[in-house]
Design a protein around this ligand. Sequence first.
Ligand SMILES: *Cc1c(COP(=O)(O)O)cnc(C)c1O
Length: 433
Amino acid sequence: MLKQTKDMLFDFYDIDKSVVKLSENIEEKIQHKFKEINDISEYNQYKVLKAMQKSKLNDTHFNWTTGYGYNDIGREKVEEIYSSVFNTEDAIVRPIIVNGTHALSLCISGIVRPGDEILSATGKPYDTLEEVIGIRNSKGSLKEFGVTYKQVDFLDDGEPDYINIKEKINDKTKLVLIQRSKGYSWRKSLTIDDIEKIIKTVKSVREDIIVMVDNCYGEFLEMREPTDVGADIMAGSLIKNPGGGLALTGGYIVGKKEIVELISYRLTSPGIGKECGLTFGTTRSVLQGLFLAPHTVGQALMGAIFCSKLFEELGFEVLPKPDDVRSDIIQIIKFNNADQIISFCKGIQYAAPVDSFVSPEPWPMPGYDSDVIMAAGAFVQGSSIELSADAPIKPPYNVYFQGGLTYTHSKFGSLKALTEMIKNKTIKMPTSI
Ligand SMILES: *Cc1c(COP(=O)(O)O)cnc(C)c1O
């Protein structure tokens, strides 16, 4: 590290010399991982660029229309490019999809009908989907419309339970859900190979079962996406990986034409589908974000690996481990107590470009059974491709760390978090470092 850089870390950012030294040490040990990540980013960059060139993207596609939004060429171009990147027949990419949950909810409710059954092949789905499906009672859930639900949990070794997936499929099963990312649970995230195997298992029972993948946090982690290995429909959020940090809001849905059509009737209205709807001037940032996404995701991943190695060396259990294959950008660190979590998250907040001067506190967030602390100082509110961390204040004291638009910033987040932990005397630096 340049002497000037070090001096700035010591002086302005008040980071201890021993922490900077440790950081250099860590960085050296993870270089081989960076090479792997760069290779994947490079491939995905070419993939995205190819989609843009093939579709003859031009400057007029950054304009937008008014009113009903018929023939909005920018909107159509965005959807054509998404469809091409994810190797599908059709796509819906809209700013009126308010988040990932909304995109997933549109998919499920567009597909199922009263009497149908949904099977989750990867255990309990993401928290917010519990209310969509009606696993937790909530108004407007699919359960109220007579849709039933079953799930197959992971085996004790963390692998999908292929035998039970086959067994739980019955005549009513219309839709099988696969969640690629661990989300906020302690399990391995699914690789594309895992997903392919689940899809094959499902289709071997009945070819017409629709397989849907929640791809949140998984985009551009590998060279292939779930839709390259047989997923019928897939959805995600634009303020995570595929928005590249530039998309201001929105969600995407990609998949088979007839399924996207069904979903489009929930997006707007039966008979109207995806022919209407404004983009409000968002097409430029959505596409520029997509263009940057392969690189940005790589940077966030490098930061996650740095964090993983740093806290593993300090004696904490981490998931994934530094050398593990990654299938999402989330890094979990298991701390020993609430004070460590709180110090860590405060450090992440102090590392932010926006709102660095505020100090996050645990609070009783709706929908959670304990207090939760969240650190985020992002240009786009709630964006988790930007550096962020959050944790429920309860055992097993897991902190979820993700994002960073640049590797340097993500690394700095870890350093600042450790600094805060040292300052608050929630951790002692080993003397050997
Ligand atoms: C983020 C996420 C969602 C959707 O969350 P939103 O906050 O609604 O965007 C769904 N599933 C997984 C696995 C996620 O990580």
